[in-house]
Design a protein around this ligand. Structure first.
Ligand code: ADP
Ligand code: ADP
Length: 221
């Protein structure tokens, strides 16, 4: 069953004399539970695609369907709720809050949403990700790999159906990158999540179920 799909998705930046077509008529479909890698050179439109799928930005034309939601039909408020409840984001720079400890970082999005964290579930993912002894640490006392594991835990904490990861291993050495990808695959299968991951690294991409290549805003493979 398709959980994520786009139809003739187009995104332009700029205006008149200086138009950049970041995405050009992209039609794709991703199955529930699939782990998809998106590759392509810098500036090819990968981040733009991920931002559209996650409802962080709106297309110039075309449509995006996530689960049963047609994103173009949601108001800004509904789009925010959609994002909080269905999507877990993971970024290259981890984006942890420096003044909060690991535990507080992990539960922060749930608290922002006015909900109580499911402590049993939080401790399950903390343990899967090997972070039990780090809960009281501040992010700047952790290695890059540990920080990314915290970011993964934070993305998983709200039990989203979809994980969108933008170069999650971009700042990690190859051994740590492998560990992070193995953990993403493990949690993905454990919680039957759909994962869309941008990467520059062909070895990382090879670990996915499917590779989508983008060039100049078009899917070429
Ligand atoms: P990638 O993630 O593959 O490096 P992006 O999706 O970031 O590519 O960018 C695709 C194209 O859109 C690039 O030419 C980039 O310069 C342009 N672009 C991206 N974001 C913006 C923006 N906010 N304003 C103007 N141009 C942008
Ligand atoms: P407070 O006393 O402010 O309510 P908490 O009990 O939420 O603080 O957290 C105290 C510390 O214990 C936190 O810094 C966190 O790292 C850790 N912690 C919180 N909840 C758990 C938990 N369920 N399991 C393990 N460690 C936890």
């Amino acid at each position: 069953m398709s959980i994520l799909s786009t139809t003739r998705l187009t995104k332009q930046y700029g205006s008149e004399s200086n138009i950049v077509k970041a995405l050009d008529n992209v039609t794709l479909s991703i199955e529930q539970g699939e782990f998809v890698a998106v590759i392509g050179t810098s500036g090819s439109g990968k981040s733009t695609l991920l931002n559209m799928l996650g409802g962080l930005d709106r297309p110039t034309s075309g449509s995006i369907k996530v689960d049963k939601f047609e994103l173009g039909k949601l108001s800004d408020e509904d789009l925010t709720v959609f994002r909080r409840q269905r999507i877990g984001f993971i970024f290259q720079n981890y984006n942890l809050v420096p003044i909060l400890n690991v535990y507080e970082n992990i539960v922060m999005p749930i608290q922002l949403d006015g909900k109580k964290p499911d402590e049993t579930f939080i401790m399950e993912i903390v343990s899967l990700l090997g972070l039990e002894k780090k809960l009281d640490n501040m992010p700047n006392h952790l290695s890059g790999g540990q920080q990314q594991r915290v970011a993964i835990a934070r993305a998983l904490a709200s039990k989203p159906a979809i994980i969108l990861a933008d170069e999650p291993t971009g700042n990690l050495d190859s051994k740590t990158s492998d560990e992070v990808i193995q953990l993403l695959k493990l949690t993905g299968s454990q919680y039957r999540q759909t994962i869309v991951m941008i990467t520059h690294n062909p070895e990382i991409a090879r670990q996915a179920d499917r590779i989508i290549r983008i060039e100049d805003g078009k899917i070429t493979e």
